[in-house]
Design a protein around this ligand. Structure first.
Ligand SMILES: [Zn+2]
Length: 272
């Protein structure tokens, strides 16, 4: 069965913290210290080793920093999808339209058809904006595969959950919450991939046995942990201990999934 594992491709310098989000693009690029390039090159090598073509959800600003990195990604046959310009939380329609405007160069160049909202926080009315900008699918809610459906020409492809208790209710947004975690764990999230390690493969096999593909994502900074990152510092970890799984090196889990499951680009889901 064909499954959909994608990469949310970011600089480590994009946590939604005020001290980072207000920095200029130039300043963030300096802080990034080439991590975007380094992680892209390493991940492309891994994907080439397993001969897998995958979808990258990319921040438009990174294309301004290193256009050649993303040209190389596309040249290798991977799908370039969109993850906003600077990892903005979509708190209103204007945030999304401004973000799309900021990423004009990236969008004109690659015509991405897929979108993923930062932190999987998406409103249904934003799908109309995506449609106007040429997108054909969105993957910004958590849910079982049975929630995949079309809203005004945009296919919504949920990131996999594994319902344990109760009957899941379709709605927007469907993001990470304590309730979701305990009743319907979002097993497709990079967070649970890190927390479960290779055991996540057993859950994905169960999903496949039930007749559905799994839809999952992991971050580039989980596969190639940045060595020089200023975030998270000890104070942040102390105040946010739930962040700790995100600090795990997931390269071996990533390779395990690539070698044990059939993985494809998200855009192919539209043909299935
Ligand atoms: Zn993200």
């Amino acid at each position: 069965m064909v499954n959909y594992l994608s990469i949310d491709f970011e600089s480590w310098a994009y946590p939604n913290l005020p001290e980072f989000i207000t920095l200029t693009s130039e300043k963030r690029k300096i802080l990034d210290k080439g991590f975007v390039r380094e992680s892209a090159e390493k991940i492309l090598k891994i994907l080439d080793k397993y001969k897998v073509k995958i979808t990258f959800f990319i921040l438009g600003e990174l294309y301004e920093w290193y256009p050649d990195v993303f040209d190389a990604m596309a040249k290798e046959g991977h799908e370039l999808a969109y993850h906003t310009h600077r990892h903005e939380s979509l708190t209103g329609q204007k945030v999304l339209t401004d973000s799309l405007r900021g990423s004009n160069r990236f969008i004109e160049k690659f015509h991405p058809c897929g979108f993923r909202a930062p932190e999987i926080i998406m409103q249904k009315e934003y799908l109309e904006i995506l449609k106007k900008h040429g997108f054909t699918y969105d993957s910004s809610i958590y849910g079982p595969y049975s929630f995949k459906r079309t809203y005004g020409q945009i296919q919504e492809v949920p990131v996999s959950t594994y319902p344990l208790i109760g009957k899941p209710q379709m709605m927007f947004p469907r993001s990470l919450s304590a309730k979701l975690l305990f009743t319907e764990p979002p097993v497709g999230s990079g967070y649970l991939i890190a927390a479960f390690g290779r055991t996540i493969g057993k859950i994905y096999s169960l999903i496949n046995k039930q007749g559905s593909p799994f839809v999952a994502f992991i971050h580039n900074w989980q596969i190639v942990p940045p060595s020089h990152a200023l975030f998270p510092d000890a104070k942040y970890i102390l105040m946010h201990p739930l962040y700790i799984p995100y600090m795990k090196n997931c390269q071996s889990v990533f390779e395990y999934l690539l070698s044990n499951f059939e993985i494809s680009k998200m855009q192919n889901i539209l043909k299935s």
